[in-house]
Design a protein around this ligand. Sequence first.
Ligand SMILES: O=C(O)CCC(=O)C(=O)O
Length: 275
Amino acid sequence: MDLAKLQREFRNNGYVVIDSGTDESVLNGIVADLDGFFGREAERPIHVPFADYNRIQDAWHISQHVLQLARSEVISDTISALYGKPAAPFQTLNFYRGTGQRVHSDSIHFNSEPFGAMCGAWTALEDIGPDQGPLVYYPGSQELPEMNYDYFDLRPSYDSYPQYLDQLDRIINERGYKPELGLLKKGQTLIWCANILHGGSPQKDKSLTRKSQVTHYFVGAPKTWRPSESEHKRFYFEPEVVRDMSAEPYKYPIQPRLPSFAQRLRAAIRNRLRR
Ligand SMILES: O=C(O)CCC(=O)C(=O)O
């Protein structure tokens, strides 16, 4: 790997794409471990902090394969080389389809002092084409100033998030940033810096999947805080480093969500039709 070239690309574009070198068995193992939990009518995993039909947060608590990818030395060594500081993974997100997530900067979710000591690594668990709702990002936007809620005169709270997103759309239009799509091959990883504007592009073909894993990292040992919970003063938190905890009792006993009335009705109709 030509490190100087990679560093230049990261500085100029706000992201780089690398081959993570992850074994096929790990990529397929992630898919196999989590497949049964995705979909509106699937059961939810209970030993993770959050799960819905398309997103499982911190599945490293329940899948050794998710843990293995999150602890990939190729990825963390690349991040450490890009920043010149050690990188520590602190959160994973697994997706089954495109997220259609509106364009944001990660620093609104987890910010750091000093600013910018955080990044995301998005790994394709299958080849990703334009109809699958790939990641979308705006090279150049990483050079924007630190934009927390107060930058836009908004109350630092989750309630202000939609208005924050509107402001980012406005800035993208005004500055003419051009979107790029993460059309990655299975096993490739896109590493983005904390401040680049990114999100999920709309999934054009809803019959397709878009299996992917995001791992978020802090670099160095910054003070970490959440802008959306900092209404009165900065809310600092201690990130939980992703590590093998399989020998320890599960930390997150969340209640499985009961199926909604509509889900029960659909299941009853399906059962009736099967008879
Ligand atoms: O995978 C996607 O569609 C979006 C992921 C994302 O925006 C994030 O993890 O911050």
